[in-house]
Design a protein around this ligand. Structure first.
Ligand SMILES: Nc1ncnc2c1ncn2[C@@H]1O[C@H](COP(=O)(O)OP(=O)(O)OP(=O)(O)O)[C@@H](O)[C@H]1O
Ligand SMILES: [Mg+2]
Length: 264
């Protein structure tokens, strides 16, 4: 169940002839959480999607446990289940089927991956139950349509859908966005539990409380101007983020709650 080391070096991402981010180094390691922060539009989601192999990269390298991924073709990525199976991306919008029940959403992920392997219905159900339990979903929720669920429950379903494929690296985009503080705390606790199980994690967030609770390493992305690419302006721990002028300015309102220098 332990994680893998996912390493991106000097990542450059170009979309519609515009360089969105340049020279980004990010590493995910087993049992650690790396947090990407920075203003809207600096490229956090774009970087996460590239790391999940959902979108191509235009410069730099991505490797998994020392093996280059950026040189692999689509066929190899699919055959090895690298996208989704090994590298799990939890969409900010959840990307669930609202009309389907939770169980069907989980089995759908499994069906896509295991289609060729022909696992039995019982085994599939068993894996859905295990994934739901790991994500903290009560069993009775499995029979409910996703449309009936709260935001926090949907987030857990999205995480369970990732877990059913036994990923090595979790990539979470704004996992607590739109949740009230207790629900946000609960999702952060789940992310910590998964970290403690050895998974490697990278997440993007605007929530300083989450940064405080989760980050082993903080990477602050910054654009020097509207047409400039996002670049790493700061890499460090929470204290360094709090002391850096960009971090202080960005989190000014939230920082009022924390006394200077003391991680709460
Ligand atoms: N496929 C694409 N084609 C063109 N532009 C894109 C594409 N994907 C992202 N962008 C642009 O790249 C920039 C960075 O977007 P991104 O969503 O990565 O930012 P972000 O840091 O995640 O922002 P937020 O904090 O609001 O989620 C934005 O200006 C966005 O419009
Ligand atoms: Mg984003």
């Amino acid at each position: 169940m332990s994680g893998s080391r996912l390493e991106a070096r000097a990542l450059s991402l170009v979309r519609e002839e515009r360089e969105l981010v340049r020279d980004i180094d990010v590493v995910a390691e087993p049992g650690r959480i790396t947090v990407l922060v920075g203003p809207s539009g600096c490229g956090k989601t774009t970087v996460l999607k590239a790391l999940a192999l959902l979108e191509p990269i235009q410069g730099g390298t991505i490797s998994l446990d020392g093996r280059a991924l950026h040189t692999l073709g689509e066929r190899e990525i699919r055959r090895e289940g690298l996208r989704g199976h090994v590298l799990a991306y939890v969409f900010q919008s959840h990307a669930l089927f609202d009309d389907l029940r939770v169980r069907e959403n989980l089995l759908w992920a499994l069906d896509r991956r295991e289609r060729g392997a022909r696992i039995s219905r019982d085994e599939a159900e068993n894996r859905a139950n295990i994934a739901a339990r790991r994500a903290g979903l009560p069993p009775e929720l499995l029979a409910r349509p996703v449309a009936d669920l709260s935001g926090g429950e949907r987030k857990r379903v999205a995480i369970a859908r990732a877990l059913i494929l036994d990923p090595k690296v979790m990539l979470y985009d704004e996992p607590t966005a739109g949740l009230d503080p207790p629900r946000a705390r609960a999702i952060d606790r789940l992310i910590l539990e998964l970290r403690d199980q050895g998974l490697s994690s990278i997440l993007a967030t605007h929530d300083l409380d989450s940064v405080v609770r989760l980050a082993d390493e903080v990477i602050y992305l910054h654009k020097a101007g509207p047409e400039e690419p996002g670049r790493v302006a700061l890499r460090g721990d929470l204290r360094e983020l709090q002391e850096h002028p960009l971090g202080r300015a960005f989190f000014a309102d939230s920082l009022i709650r924390f006394s200077p220098g003391t991680p709460p």
